[in-house]
Design a protein around this ligand. Structure first.
Ligand code: ADP
Ligand code: ADP
Length: 225
């Protein structure tokens, strides 16, 4: 069964007396264990698609299903959506956005404190995650002491902390050189394979496309390939 389904999902923004169709009827499934890329020119709707898939914005029309449950239902309130998001979805952005005065392990553990995991358990699991991303020697470093690639791996560890079934990433390698960029996509490949998470990545980086199972190509708010 798919982890994520979009069915005729649309998102319209008013612009003067017309509507911008940022997303114009998009349907696809993401299955557990799949690493899927989203490609397309600037303005084609890629970020809007991630916001809708990530339950950060409701679709103007159509449906979003996560683990077979319709989560775009008008009856679903914001608290329910937030709860659903927290338990099922991990986000990685272009910039790592770590909290500068917290160490790597504290940044990752914070994602678990929010979920009322006891502090010691949160810290120990965070350290374990960082070690699994080859950052054992960096757990007590603050972000400014880490390289760009290391910061982005901490951000990936943070996204994994709640063991989400779906990971959404918006140009996570844009700020990295090609070696570190490939490392981060390689990490997503591994997460898809080992944790059976579905991973959806907006990317412009042609050098890592061989690591993906497939790509979705967007233009003018629609899937064109
Ligand atoms: P991409 O991520 O592919 O660059 P976006 O999803 O950001 O594309 O944008 C798709 C289209 O929707 C663009 O024309 C953009 O200007 C428009 N758009 C996106 N967000 C908004 C918004 N909040 N208000 C008005 N228009 C928006
Ligand atoms: P919480 O689970 O505490 O309610 P939020 O709802 O604030 O968290 O956000 C959930 C995740 O989505 C966080 O990783 C946050 O950084 C990200 N996020 C929230 N709002 C936006 C937005 N408008 N654009 C991009 N990412 C966002």
């Amino acid at each position: 069964a798919p982890i994520l389904t979009l069915r005729d999902a649309a998102r319209h923004y008013p612009s003067g007396d017309t509507l911008v169709r940022a997303l114009d009827g998009v349907s696809f499934n993401i299955y557990p264990g799949e690493l899927v890329g989203i490609l397309g020119p600037s303005g084609s709707g890629k970020s809007t698609l991630l916001l809708i898939a990530g339950l950060l914005e409701p679709p103007s029309a159509g449906e979003v299903h996560i683990r077979g449950k319709c989560v775009s239902h008008p009856g679903m309130d914001l608290d329910q959506m937030r709860h659903f998001r927290r338990n099922n979805i991990g986000f990685v952005f272009q910039k790592a956005n770590l909290i500068p005065f917290l160490t790597a392990v504290e940044n990752v553990a914070l994602a678990l404190h929010i979920d009322d995991v006891p502090a010691r358990a949160a810290r120990s699991y965070a350290a374990h995650l960082l070690a699994s991303l080859d950052l054992a020697h960096r757990v007590d470093s603050i972000p400014s002491r880490l390289s760009g690639g290391e910061q982005q791996r901490v951000a990936v560890a943070r996204a994994l902390a709640t063991d989400p079934g779906l990971i959404l990433a918006d140009e996570p390698t844009a700020a990295l050189d090609s070696v570190r960029g490939r490392q981060v996509i390689g990490l997503f490949r591994q997460i898809a394979d080992e944790r059976k998470a579905g991973v959806l990545v907006v990317t412009h980086d042609p050098r890592t496309l061989d690591l993906f199972d497939r790509t979705i190509e967007m233009n003018d708010g629609r899937i064109v390939g």
